[in-house]
Design a protein around this ligand. Structure first.
Ligand code: BYC
Length: 328
């Protein structure tokens, strides 16, 4: 575990007004905070919560798509999907490692996920009944993830910011893979076009919810922006995503499932943008609180994977102990 010897991880750092002012000055000067630097406990806890949630999202995010690997319609599609799901497993591992630098263990994070204490993205609690869902996830879910995560490459905490660079590069491939898949379906027969439109109808609103509650209800945003963990608010990123994605739908002949969507010249400081309809926040909170369509299945699958993998963890520890004894 990385936590041994981390300054402040034992909560002994004295958070005097002077210490807090010096810390904020480093943030304001755009210095990166590194694992052994002193930091306020609340900064550490915010990052553990956010990076842990992000790591869990990547790992749980493998499930809805993994479901389609054996049913992908061609070898080309199968290889691309297999690689994408494998990338997400890799993202989860970088992120767990980044969180470990803050003094939390992988076991603790996993226990919190399995007990329901730790969150993961609401988006992965929706089912994937058709092949077009794989296109919609790549295009919209990875698209939303990129919009949210590119600014995280400039996060004030060094290990998270650096992990995000590679994650974002890989997410860009995922987004293109999904969009190209949707484009192929819209160029196919009527059933294939209808399948693409139906997937868009089901994934559009949950994708907008990925950015989190409206700014007025986002309890962490102000402090996280002050600490330069977040660079944009939830609503700002959501608006950027809508503005970038609506023309992409138009280009492939799909219609956004939102009768209130319309261009508004006065948005974005006069540069223009799209007004969009009301998001169903009751649905969002229901899903976040564990009552979405797939919450129970997702946790059941993760529990099974953790239990089935126990022998690998035990064997690794026994092997490490044997190596140590041999060396001694
Ligand atoms: N789902 O004060 P707020 C991906 C929670 S992409 C569930 O605004 P914050 C992937 C929030 O945790 C997805 N819970 O919080 C993509 C808080 O509850 P707690 C992962 C949500 O942290 C493609 C409460 O609501 N990405 O992995 O300032 C393929 C109030 O929210 C959600 C990241 O995690 C949600 N959608 O802002 C495969 C990126 N939204 O913790 C994988 C990093 C909010 O107080 N995270 N909540 O109990 C972030 O950027 C921010 O944490 C958020 C929320 C924008 C998500």
């Amino acid at each position: 575990m990385y936590s041994q010897g981390l300054i402040g991880a034992d909560t002994a750092t004295k958070e005097t007004a002077e210490f807090l002012a010096e810390f904020q000055a480093r943030i304001d000067a755009e210095e990166k905070i590194e694992p052994n630097d002193p930091m306020p406990q609340a900064y550490r806890n915010t990052l553990i919560r956010m990076i842990g949630q992000h790591a869990h999202s990547e790992i749980v995010g493998m499930l809805p798509e993994g479901n389609w690997i054996t049913r992908a319609p061609s070898l080309r599609r199968k290889v691309a999907l297999l690689a994408k799901v494998q990338d997400e497993g890799g993202h989860g591992l970088y992120l767990y490692s980044a969180a470990e630098t803050l003094g939390v263990s992988r076991e603790q994070m996993t226990e919190e996920l399995l007990s329901g204490k730790a969150k993961y993205s609401s988006i992965f609690n929706y089912p994937t009944p058709t092949w077009a869902d794989i296109g919609a996830i790549g295009w919209l879910v990875d698209g939303a993830a990129i919009m949210n995560q590119v600014p995280l490459c400039r996060c004030s905490y060094g290990p998270y910011a650096r992990a995000m660079i590679r994650v974002c590069k890989e997410e860009s491939f995922h987004q293109r893979q999904g969009y190209e898949l949707m484009k192929s379906l819209t160029e196919g027969n009527e059933d294939q076009k209808a399948m693409a439109q139906d997937a868009l109808n089901r994934w559009w609103w949950p994708s907008l919810m990925m950015f989190g509650p409206p700014d007025s209800d986002s309890q962490h945003s102000d402090q996280s922006m002050k600490w330069k963990i977040k660079r944009f608010s939830n609503d700002e990123l959501r608006q950027k995503f809508v503005d970038a994605t609506v023309p992409q739908a138009e280009l492939i002949g799909l219609t956004m499932p939102d009768p209130d969507l319309k261009w508004n010249n006065s948005l974005n400081n006069g540069a223009g943008g799209y007004d969009f309809g009301e998001i169903d926040w009751d649905e969002f909170w229901r899903v976040v609180k564990g009552h979405g369509m797939m919450n129970k299945d997702r946790i059941r699958a993760r529990k099974k994977a953790w239990e089935d993998g126990a022998w690998v963890r035990e064997a690794s520890l026994a092997y490490a102990a044997k190596q140590k004894a041999n060396a001694a």
